[in-house]
Design a protein around this ligand. Structure first.
Ligand code: ADP
Ligand code: MG
Length: 312
């Protein structure tokens, strides 16, 4: 199968609503919503770095798009389309069919059509760029947190890291427990509805991709504020809650790949009900830095850091 047959078979579909020209020409042509702002983000997934070669291709297709949609969610954007740049070592039709199935399922569920891309031979590597929209002045940014705001997290944190530790062989889990955390790692849900519902409510937001300490730290740095974070309040699964306290903290504070939203809102703000739990986890303070405390208010010395590709 040649390059263009491959594109036609797996990645070309009739153009979706709002897409004047999709896959098949030199450029895609999108119809912008009058007055809206474009929000654009890219995320690359490299084999061995972001995923294991043995991962189910449908889950990989899902995750490649999910991590990108998570950035749109963090900014409160409505998805409009995405491009896919794909390097493949060889044409493996079973793999491509699985990958495309996972990718399209999430694209359809999110109203985010595939509008173009690039396909080349090479070491397995995926790069997606997502395009979204938000009304002017309503994108959620990292820079808007104010002293006195409360800090919130969606869903549950830490399961993806726990799964990674099982793959690394440092933690042993039973079958069902492992499948639960493995699904969190391989099949994250981008919080698009929550992000959009937080427009006009959240003062700042980010998605938790590299670990809560780091991603909340980005909000603090961009906003010029500090915070107190209650580690005992952090939302966690029953599987994680059954682990030793030190491991729980490591997964909750420094684990990446959660793709939940961490955001700030004025104290007492009403939280939207979009079917995703949100938990209050701390407060913004004037004193710079991030102080992790336990339920009694005592400071927790953790020595943990979030993920950084060039500092390990
Ligand atoms: P060009 O040579 O003009 O860069 P290509 O030959 O690479 O275009 O691609 C042909 C068409 O197929 C373009 O519309 C491009 O956007 C689309 N395309 C290529 N690879 C992919 C892919 N992996 N997923 C979706 N669309 C793709
Ligand atoms: Mg061209």
């Amino acid at each position: 199968m040649g390059e263009f047959d491959l594109i036609r078979r797996y990645f070309q579909r009739p153009a979706a609503a709002g897409v004047e020209v999709g896959v098949g020409d030199d450029c895609a042509v999108l119809v912008p919503t009058p007055g809206a702002r474009w929000l654009v983000s890219s995320d690359m997934l490299v084999e061995g770095r972001h995923f294991l070669s043995t991962v189910d291709p449908a889950r990989l297709g899902h995750k490649a798009l999910a991590v990108n949609l998570s950035d749109l969610a963090a900014c409160g954007a409505t998805p409009r389309g995405f491009t896919l740049a794909l390097a493949l070592p060889r044409v493996d039709e079973a793999w491509l069919a699985g990958f495309a199935r996972g990718l399209w399922a999430l694209a359809d569920a999110s109203g985010c059509p595939l509008i173009g891309g690039d396909t080349t031979q090479g070491p397995l590597n995926l790069c997606i760029t997502v395009f979204g929209e938000a009304p002017p002045g309503q994108a959620l940014l990292r820079s808007g947190a104010r002293v006195g705001d409360e800090i919130w997290a969606s869903g549950r944190l830490g399961d993806a890291r726990l799964a990674l530790e099982v793959f690394r062989g440092t933690v042993a889990l039973g079958g069902d427990a492992f499948e639960t955390v493995r699904a969190a790692m391989e099949c994250p849900t981008p919080r698009l509805a929550l992000g959009q519902a937080l427009r006009g409510i959240a003062t700042a937001a980010a998605d938790v991709s590299d670990g809560l300490l780091g991603d909340l730290g980005h909000i603090l740095a961009a906003s010029g504020v500090g915070a107190r974070l209650d580690v005992d309040a952090l939302p966690r699964s029953a599987v994680l809650a059954a682990q030793p306290a030190a491991l729980q903290r490591e997964c909750l504070l420094a684990g990446g790949d959660d793709y939940e939203l961490v955001f700030t809102a004025p104290a007492g703000a009403r939280m939207p009900d979009v079917g995703v739990a949100v938990t209050r986890i701390g407060r913004i303070e004037a004193e710079p830095g991030l102080r992790v405390v336990d339920a009694s208010g005592a400071e927790v010395r953790h020595g943990l850091r979030s993920f950084d590709h060039f500092q390990e």
